[in-house]
Design a protein around this ligand. Structure first.
Ligand SMILES: Nc1nc2c(c(=O)[nH]1)N[C@H]1C(S)=C(S)[C@@H](COP(=O)(O)OP(=O)(O)OC[C@H]3O[C@@H](n4cnc5c(=O)[nH]c(N)nc54)[C@H](O)[C@@H]3O)O[C@H]1N2
Ligand SMILES: Nc1nc2c(c(=O)[nH]1)N[C@H]1C(S)=C(S)[C@@H](COP(=O)(O)OP(=O)(O)OC[C@H]3O[C@@H](n4cnc5c(=O)[nH]c(N)nc54)[C@H](O)[C@@H]3O)O[C@H]1N2
Ligand code: SF4
Ligand SMILES: [Mo]
Length: 720
């Protein structure tokens, strides 16, 4: 793309990390083929020419001295278990790709023959959000093999299911339109830390007089910058949302026209919220009744009002009900009908990829099983590796674990159970990774993976409406290979003869775009897109977002929606048909201050994400660790909770519950309300005890979607 005379090339790539922003990244590559600069693409309306602090330093990661460059196998006789950082080369020895692929294929075949193919479990999440890298050749491979299917619940399913109950699919106010709002409510969404490209829109709105309200138990960077920070108690958002609806309906602040035209079940909702008086809601949330009323009035009477509901609230036991209730608010007030109003949980429902062709679930019929394999929930990995298979109805125990795009040794709940599973000497474990993580410590084989600069992919987003091409910018270092390459090769070694295992990335991008005979995509919303245009332009908006000034996209303002009634459902016909409560009701989490367990473990623990890492990614890099130093391995406490335990700022403290124990350093500040403590994700091996905060989190699942409850965990704390 650069002028012919320039020694530099500029390549359009896409940040593939699990972030709503999916930034367009321009990579400058010098004559020798080395990337020398990454920057945000100024022509992408959401990226707006800048990258977050984590990825601005991405070349530190790409060229890190500790990148895994070659396939490795565990040396004979070396037991599995946590390793000290830097000692990995004593445990693993370099082998060739042929040796690795041959040995892995042989072992998978033996395990399949002996225990059945379902005893092989893939484990992956969103290490890359590239459509191919996230799930394509790997899915084909495991379907054809007959391996267990993984239910990918670790992040967003509780909220996703709940939003779909109300609206049918996940659409939202375009990110760019938040600048038009007069009120922005960040509800369990850390915009400044996790979704930084929404921030310029918030700032612009505020310059035009908008107010920012943040509802979050933790004083995030976003909360610190807000006009009003409501430090709600964890897991009580259902009550607050129902209480707001109580006030709105009591005071006649609802939008009757929108309700009549677009919604279903207002009478029953009105009945339901009657008992959620501001007084009762105040008791649960820790707010005053006056604050509940003020919030409801301000929300219902300011236009446009935009909700940024990210995934924070749904990591609680009642997180499904919370999202279901909160999602109803903009329908009750008709906020969707004012441009810049409405809300966003995720924009992912707008991307109608041709997944069937990409993933080929039909291949399961050709597997030794001859049917779709059983489904294993990734959020109960500890259970799956230690307990599953003891009852006949579970199917076989897991005998092989194939990890890619994820670091379960650090990010999965109930870490002690996960580790007991990973330590099993009879478990055959393969990990495809860029770095020696908390998971590679338990691998029999470690395979080197590419970063997004080193392979080609296509990407959508969950925080904007652009289809983007991520072109390969540089050659992979060493012998690193992409996920697509790995599973294509492994298929050949397993003797899978179907043509689809030989597809190239370009062919697969054409497939997922559903490119028709005239060269255009046949996917709804992508009909104007050709492979060639995308390759050349880098990013192209979905059809409904092509001319936002002339034709702004305002979701849920005309029907029919894809709910059973075609309307916004205050009363969920899907839940009713299942014999469940069709409307949200507040039930305190089992692990919360109201439960019996709180007598032993009186503090609510928030095991949060770090602002300067991406889940566990980046935590091995010194520059990122320096940015994170203030809160790294600290336990943030309210002064009264610290004082009651004789703890002063900087003291070493033991944090524990029945599942595990962790030593941290107290940080006694104003960041959490009384009764709540908070910590941040890190690599376990960065911690002197070799574990991280997920020793404290549980495998209990959410009320909807069988998702994890990272933010419903009770603990006790004592000075060491
Ligand atoms: N810097 C950075 N960016 C990231 C990530 C990261 O690790 N670091 N992770 C990425 C991923 S995987 C995701 S899914 C997104 C998620 O982005 P967010 O949805 O913003 O996710 P969280 O940080 O989990 O939660 C948001 C906030 O919810 C708060 N919270 C916890 N419990 C409750 C509650 O009961 N009620 C309310 N109202 N709030 C609560 C937390 O304190 C937190 O500040 O961010 C992505 N972006
Ligand atoms: N306590 C607590 N635990 C949490 C959370 C929390 O807030 N608190 N958040 C949860 C959430 S929302 C999520 S989404 C999960 C995220 O959990 P994970 O999906 O495991 O996310 P990461 O920690 O980013 O790890 C991704 C790994 O994939 C690797 N990777 C990146 N690109 C590629 C590639 O192209 N190929 C291969 N083979 N590997 C690649 C990276 O090097 C990295 O080690 O964590 C969950 N765990
Ligand atoms: S992590 Fe998010 S904000 Fe940072 S560059 Fe990637 S997509 Fe953009
Ligand atoms: Mo996530």
């Amino acid at each position: 793309m650069a002028a012919a005379s320039s020694p530099f090339r500029i390549v359009h790539a896409v940040c593939s990390h699990d972030c709503p922003d999916s930034c367009a990244v321009l990579v400058t590559v010098d004559e020798s083929g080395r990337a020398v600069k990454v920057e945000g693409d100024p022509s992408q309306p959401v990226t707006q020419g800048f990258l977050c602090g984590k990825v601005a330093k991405y070349l530190d990661r790409v060229y890190a001295p500790d990148r895994i460059l070659y396939p490795m196998k565990r040396r004979a006789g070396v037991a599995k278990g946590p390793l000290k950082r830097g000692s990995e080369h004593e445990v693993f020895e370099r082998i060739s790709w042929e040796e690795a692929l041959g040995a892995i294929a042989t072992r998978l075949q033996e395990i399949s023959d002996t225990y059945g193919p379902e005893s092989i479990l893939p484990y992956s999440y969103a290490g890359t959000m590239g459509v191919l890298g996230y799930g394509s050749m790997d899915r084909r491979f495991f379907h054809r093999l007959g391996g267990s299917q993984l239910e990918r619940t670790i992040c967003s399913v509780a909220g996703g299911v709940a939003w779909d109950l109300v609206y049918g699919k996940k659409l939202g106010t375009p990110t760019e339109d938040f600048k038009l709002a007069k009120l922005i409510v960040a509800w369990g969404g850390n915009i400044h830390g996790n979704n930084i490209h929404l921030w310029p829109m918030v700032e612009q709105a505020r310059r035009n007089g908008a107010r920012l309200i943040v509802i979050d138990p933790y004083r995030t960077r976003t909360a610190a910058l807000a006009d009003w920070h409501i430090a709600i108690r964890p897991g009580t958002d259902v009550a607050l949302a129902l209480g707001m609806m109580h006030v709105i309906l009591r005071e006649g602040l609802e939008d009757r026209a929108y309700i009549a035209a677009m919604t279903h079940g207002i009478e029953r909702l009105t009945e339901r919220v009657r008992e959620y008086t501001p007084e009762r809601v105040a008791v649960w949330t820790g707010m005053t009744p006056g604050e509940v009323e003020q919030l409801a009035r301000e929300y219902a009477t300011t236009r446009p009002a935009a909700l940024r509901l990210n995934y924070g609230v749904q990591r609680c036991e009642n997180g499904g009900a919370a999202v279901q209730a909160i999602a109803m608010l903009p329908a009750l007030t008709g906020a969707w009908s004012h441009r810049g109003g409405g809300g966003q949980l995720s924009t992912s429902g707008a991307f109608k990829w041709n997944k069937a062709e990409l993933e080929r679930p039909d291949l399961a019929l050709d597997s030794p099983l001859g049917r779709q394999a059983r489904v294993v929930n990734m959020s109960t990995l500890g259970w799956a590796l230690t307990e599953m298979g003891k009852r006949a109805e579970d199917g076989p125990p897991v005998h092989a674990l194939f990890v890619y795009n994820s670091n379960p040794g650090a990010i999965a709940p109930n870490q002690n159970a996960v580790r007991r599973g990973l330590m099993r000497p009879d478990l055959f474990t393969v990990v495809h990774e860029q770095f020696f993580t908390d998971t590679t410590d338990y691998a029999d084989y470690v395979l080197p993976a590419t970063t997004f600069l080193e392979h080609t992919d296509i990407q959508g987003a969950y925080g904007h409406y652009f289809v983007q091409m991520s072109n390969q910018a540089i050659e992979p270092p060493g012998e690193a290979r992409s996920n697509v390459w790995l599973f294509s090769q492994l298929a050949q070694w397993m003797g899978f003869t179907e043509d689809c295992f030989r597809d190239t990335p370009e062919q697969m991008i054409r497939q997922v775009l559903g490119i028709g005979l005239d060269g255009h995509s046949t996917n709804p919303g992508m009909e104007h897109i050709t492979f060639e245009d995308l390759e050349e332009q880098g990013h192209i908006p979905l059809s409904f977002h092509r001319d936002p000034e002339a034709q702004p996209f305002m979701p849920y303002t005309s029907g029919p929606l894809s709910t059973p009634t075609g309307r916004v459902e205050f009363y969920s016909e899907v839940l009713a048909a299942q014999g469940l409560d069709a409307m949200p009701a507040f039930k305190p989490p089992v692990e919360s201050r109201w439960s019996e367990d709180a007598k032993r473990y009186p503090l609510e623990f928030l095991g949060r994400k770090a602002d300067n890492y991406m889940n566990s990614t980046f935590a091995n890099l010194d520059g990122h660790r320096r940015m994170e130093a203030r809160t790294s391995q600290r336990l943030e406490m309210h002064p009264s909770d610290a004082e009651a335990r004789g703890i002063a700022d900087g003291d070493a403290v033991r944090v524990w519950n029945d599942r595990g124990t962790l030593t941290l350093k107290a940080l006694v500040n104003g960041s959490v309300p009384q009764g709540v403590v908070a910590g941040h994700l890190d690599w376990a091996k960065m911690h002197p005890e070799g574990v991280n905060q997920n020793v404290l989190t549980s495998e209990r699942l959410t009320d909807m979607g069988a998702a994890p409850t990272f933010y419903s965990a009770l603990v006790e704390v004592a000075k060491v």
